[in-house]
Design a binder for this molecule. Structure first.
Ligand SMILES: [Zn+2]
Length: 299
């Protein structure tokens, strides 16, 4: 969706409310208490009140906007910026772009969005996967101005092979590169039976026993113009550029949060609007609604 389309649809509180209504009740209002289909609206508190039994239902319940004092518009625009703006947006930028009064509010919004980025990434990778581990960080800005060598964090990466391209990505902070750690990472990310490409590191040699079709590749066996594990390395170099560009001062304790954000962006790079819905906490039960569908249903 372009910024103009977004403005046309979500430029008013009414437009945002309509979208929430359609996400919750795609077939029209349905009272959770009595099954009644008629309701009156109390728009200030985002409530729908059943005509039959009087039960109040909030259209923001279960979303990041529940009990918010901010206009819905602000939330919708924040989620739009966070899900479509590359390489990402800081709390300060969000505050400035949306005219949010205090920095803490913008920070809290980003924090809620980041929490929503973790949840949907549980499904195991399938069929054919590249797995590798690498060090990240070590370029934190020092107090004295110049770059200091911060502590590096070991990260495991697993990515699906989709033809010549890549599918879904998983990243995780690892304590070490021992066999038990890398085997646990593989089990947590990749479905048994999958073809797993790794380098020749001995720690991966137990994968066949765990039911994987393990295909380790040695550097010497790869042609000069052919990269070892090209998809995972492309993802790693994108991650490094992103971390370096937007999140210079990530300490090792907070690394996981940023890895989750990167994975979220990577896995939705073709469908930013699906990311938008996930951030707001909407539409998890069905496919994203198109503008047309919402207009048709509201009519
Ligand atoms: Zn009712």
């Amino acid at each position: 969706m372009t910024i103009l389309e977004f403005q046309a649809r979500f430029g008013t509180e009414e437009g945002c409310r309509e979208y929430l209504f359609c996400s919750r009740w795609p077939e029209g209002f349905l009272c959770p208490a009595c099954g009644g289909r008629d309701a009156g609206a109390e728009t200030r508190r985002h409530l729908w009140i059943c005509t039959g039994c009087g039960r109040q239902t909030s259209i923001t319940a279960g979303t990041v906007m529940h009990k918010t004092r901010l206009p819905l518009r602000t939330w919708f625009w924040a989620a739009y910026l966070v899900s479509t703006f590359h390489p990402g947006i800081s709390a300060k930028q969000l505050q400035r772009q949306l005219g949010i009064g205090c920095h803490e509010t913008a920070w809290a919004m980003l924090h809620k969005f980041r929490a929503a980025m973790v949840a949907p990434e549980r499904e195991l990778l399938k069929r054919e996967v590249e797995i590798d581990e690498f060090f990240l960080g070590g370029y934190e800005e020092g107090l004295k101005g110049g770059r200091q060598h911060g502590k590096k964090t070991l990260v495991g990466a697993a990515i699906e092979v989709r033809g010549r391209g890549s599918g879904r990505l998983r990243l995780q902070v690892l304590p070490d590169s021992q066999a038990s750690t890398l085997e646990a990472f593989t089990k947590r990310t990749t479905a048994p039976g999958a073809i797993v490409h790794t380098d020749g590191l001995f720690s991966y040699s137990g994968l066949p026993k765990l039911g994987y079709d393990h295909r380790p590749r040695k550097v010497a066996s790869v042609g000069a113009d052919e990269q070892l594990l090209p998809r995972v390395h492309r993802a790693i170099s994108n991650l490094k550029a992103w971390m370096h560009g937007t999140h210079r001062r990530v300490s090792p304790e907070h690394m996981s949060v940023y890895l989750d954000e990167f994975v979220f962006r990577h896995n939705r790079r073709g469908t930013p609007m699906a990311g938008f819905q996930t951030l707001l906490g909407l539409g998890l039960a069905h496919d994203p609604l198109t503008y047309r569908e919402i207009i048709d249903r509201a009519a």
